[in-house]
Design a protein around this ligand. Structure first.
Ligand code: GUN
Length: 313
């Protein structure tokens, strides 16, 4: 193996410490504690684990965190009513509805119901559209933002590089491409987007200085698809059977890690690469939303802690 490991656990801790300091600063300046509401619908075990971790991170950093768990048979109207209540709550600055949602619920209608100012996922069409048109003052989806932070903080500035993004999802591929194209910090790259229907995928990926893979298929990117010396970021998290483990499965990425290590100059592992960064950037987006929502003249009213007799803060 010759590739350097990009340590997402370490860099996520660095970001979390910055958020912790920011939480202290917001409280000192405005008497406000950032509040994150997470909403989980259904029984998907992976989603339960992710949401639990997000709430734990929030509490650990001094944010207020509130989780609502609804059954898999929840009707769309009930979820929409919950989102509207959270929109109106002054203690809540960020709302995250964990995806995917059960089939009877229209994902787009739910995402559109979230107040764009509390959209810490950056999935609301207004925010996604603003990002796609190059806006800088917009909440950016956590995973692509985490990828950019990993690159910048390990000396792999995308500026002027050819970045190939494999995947076109609303959560990763599309915002990833928009972010890399933006002017300024973390952007200014030349960007190609490829996906599952791209013919001769290897021909496209081999042109990448920085290859970002979010295609959702284990080992989809093999050694022959990577240019020697490229930086490889693996966003995939796939469960594959592993009878040798107590759980019966293990997590692998979209990149054939061992063999790609032999050609890449740097690579993110799975787990321990992009995953922890996604969580750290969610905390950072929640803090940013709390600053914006409590700025002078912001449309949302904020309760001062002194008026909040007896409330836990
Ligand atoms: N499901 C998988 N990733 C995400 C994410 O970043 N945000 C939400 N809301 N759901 C997800």
């Amino acid at each position: 193996m010759s590739a350097r490991l990009i340590d997402g656990n370490r860099i996520a801790l660095e970001v979390m410490e910055e958020v912790r300091a920011g939480v202290g600063g917001l409280h000192a300046e405005r008497g406000v504690v950032p509040g994150l509401a997470t909403v989980l619908v259904g029984d998907d075990p992976a989603s339960h684990v992710y949401v639990d971790m997000k709430n734990r991170d929030a509490r650990e950093l001094g944010l207020l965190s509130r989780q609502t768990t609804l059954s898999a048979s929840t009707e769309e109207a009930e979820l929409l009513a919950l989102v509207r209540r959270l929109n109106a709550e002054t203690d809540i600055h960020g709302i995250l509805v964990q995806l995917p949602l059960p089939v009877q619920i229209g994902e787009d209608r739910v995402l559109q119901a979230i107040d764009p100012a509390k959209d810490v996922d950056g999935f609301h069409p207004v925010n996604a559209g603003r990002l796609a048109t190059g806006a800088l003052d917009v909440p950016v989806p956590c995973t692509p933002q985490g990828v950019v932070e990993l690159l910048l903080r390990t000396g792999h500035d995308p500026s002027g590089k050819h970045c190939v993004v494999v995947g076109r999802s609303k959560i990763v591929g599309r915002p990833m491409a928009s972010l890399l194209l933006r002017k300024g910090r973390g952007g200014d790259a030349t960007v190609t987007v490829a996906h599952s229907r791209t013919p001769e995928l290897g021909k496209v990926t081999r042109r990448a200085d920085i290859l970002i893979v979010a295609i959702g298929r284990p080992y989809a990117v093999t050694r022959d698809m990577v240019k020697p010396g490229a930086v490889v970021v693996d966003v995939g998290v796939n469960r594959i059977d592993d009878p040798s483990r107590k759980t019966g499965y293990r997590l692998v990425g979209d990149v054939a890690f061992e063999e790609v290590c032999e050609v890449a100059s740097a690579i993110t592992p799975v787990p321990g690469g992009v995953g922890p960064m996604t969580r750290a950037l969610l905390m950072s987006n929640t803090l940013a939303a709390a600053w914006a929502l409590t700025a002078d003249g912001a449309a949302h009213q904020v309760r001062k802690p002194m008026e909040d007799a007896g409330a836990e803060r």
